[in-house]
Write a protein that binds this ligand. Structure first.
Ligand code: EPU
Length: 420
């Protein structure tokens, strides 16, 4: 197991290029199961999560080739059963259910287990499949969905924590090959949902309204192979902007879609950091300590839960008391205890972190618990006096392509070492 060592206190400056989006790549790769023809997906980041997805596709019978960021999937003959051994490593494996149901009219996928950021149920996905006419059985740790035929329906996917991203993806992927029209109300509006809809439309699907709360899908008889480049990763972009805010001179993230990170740049602006936005590049300029603020995570276009931990790291040295509430995953605060070990003053009140900014953080041995919490610890390490050791780096490798190398390019003193 690798760990990352960060010698804190180095200023960062320069530019980095954002990789393709993890959360677009995963459902788009799953969607290649919808056609027997080859699909070419470009800009797929080299991450353990994308590797897991390709392993699942291979297990299901698809021919997969990967050359750098370009992945070709030919799913000519596939099976519809994804067992525990292949899906257990990644919760997002659940997004093969929709395309398998659409194409094979049946799917058996092992249920995703618990997750450190919260319960993460899939009840809304299953409600959506049932509305399309599928029967759903949960037995022996597996979910089985099957239908002699799928028929369009009106489906509301809004749950008590708001819309569901992968649920919207899953129902959309099943509905593209259903008979008749499906209307998804309360759909997730995230850019990754729009990217998937664009991919499906290129394949011959008829989807309108992606990016709004209502998605309308007119079923078609078959889909064909396509080429598609995934959108840039907005959370990676946001993470590097926070790195710039934490210890920057001027940091520029390139290959970013400014609209996709607007809530993040707005919040960093409110923290007092000047932001320059060009076509596909955003620069953050230094301005001392962050101003304290109140932050609430919300579904897109609100501030993303996937940036909550990184903001906690930034606000830990802000000039007052900040209040951070995660409304999407109220238990997603595993980073708090670790940041406290670095000198941060934070207190949890339900799903809210109350952060009293301190002058300095101190390097410490800390443990990564999930992807975004790990990123927060690395960011805190960049600011802290002394050396921070982040162990269980495999969490970072799930979702950040070469995070340590990219931070080195910006001037960070960061190294990856093998843990004994
Ligand atoms: N929810 C339900 N029932 C469901 C599905 C979701 O109650 O059937 C709840 C969840 O428990 C949560 C809320 O609805 O409280 C939103 O969850 P959502 O379904 O949108 O999450 P997801 O689709 O499983 C994706 C991202 C996550 C990101 C969330 C929220 C992928 C692969 N994952 O998960 O990304 O946090 O949307 O934006 O797209 C990450 O990249 O670090 C990550 C965790």
């Amino acid at each position: 197991m690798d760990k990352i060592l960060i010698h804190g206190g180095r200023p960062l400056s320069g530019s980095i290029k954002v990789s393709g989006s993890k959360n677009s790549s995963l459902p788009i790769l799953a969607a290649t199961l919808l056609t027997p023809e080859p699909c070419v997906v470009q800009g797929v980041p080299d991450l353990s999560d994308t590797h897991y997805m390709l392993q699942i596709l291979t297990h299901l019978g698809a021919q997969v080739e990967r050359a750098s960021g370009t992945v070709t999937v030919a799913a000519e003959n596939i099976e519809s059963v994804a067992p525990y051994e292949v899906v257990r490593k990644m919760r997002a494996s659940v997004c093969v259910l929709g395309p398998l149901l659409g194409r094979c009219k049946e799917a058996t996928v092992s249920l995703p287990g618990g997750c450190v950021i919260g319960d993460r149920p899939i009840d809304l996905h299953l409600t959506g499949f049932e509305a399309l006419g599928a029967a759903v059985r949960v037995e022996g740790g597996n979910v089985k969905v099957f239908a002699p035929k799928l028929t369009g329906a009106v489906i509301n996917l809004r749950g008590k924590f708001g819309p569901t991203v992968l649920g919207t993806d899953n129902v959309m992927m099943a509905a593209v090959l259903a008979e008749g029209v499906t209307v998804i109300e309360g759909a997730a509006q995230e850019p990754e949902v729009v990217d998937l809809a664009n991919f499906l439309n290129k394949m011959g699907a008829k989807i309108e309204g992606a990016g709004t709360r209502r998605i309308i899908i007119e079923g078609v008889a078959a889909l064909h192979g396509v080429e598609h480049a995934v959108i840039p990763d907005r959370i990676e972009a946001g993470t590097f902007l926070v790195a710039g805010a934490i210890c920057g001179k001027e940091v520029t993230v390139k290959r970013v879609e400014p609209e996709h990170v607007r809530s993040i740049t707005d919040v960093l602006g409110s923290c007092g950091f000047p932001i320059n936005i060009a076509d596909h590049a955003i620069s953050i300029l230094p301005n001392g300590e962050a101003k304290a603020l109140e932050l609430i995570t919300e579904p897109y276009p609100g501030f993303p839960t996937d940036m909550q931990a990184q903001m906690c790291a930034l606000l830990s040295t802000s000039d007052g008391i900040s209040v951070v509430t995660d409304n999407i995953f109220p238990q997603r605060y595993m980073h708090v205890a670790e940041l406290k070990r670095m000198g941060a003053q934070m207190q949890m009140e339900g799903g809210t972190a109350v952060i009293q900014g301190v002058d300095r953080l101190f390097g410490a041995q800390v443990m990564a618990s999930d992807l975004r919490a790990s990123a927060a610890l690395v960011l805190a390490g960049l600011k802290a006096d002394g050396i921070t050791e982040v162990s269980r780096v495999y969490h970072i490798d799930r979702g950040y392509e070469r995070l340590d190398e990219k931070l080195s390019e910006l001037g960070a003193h960061i190294e990856r070492v093998k843990e004994a």
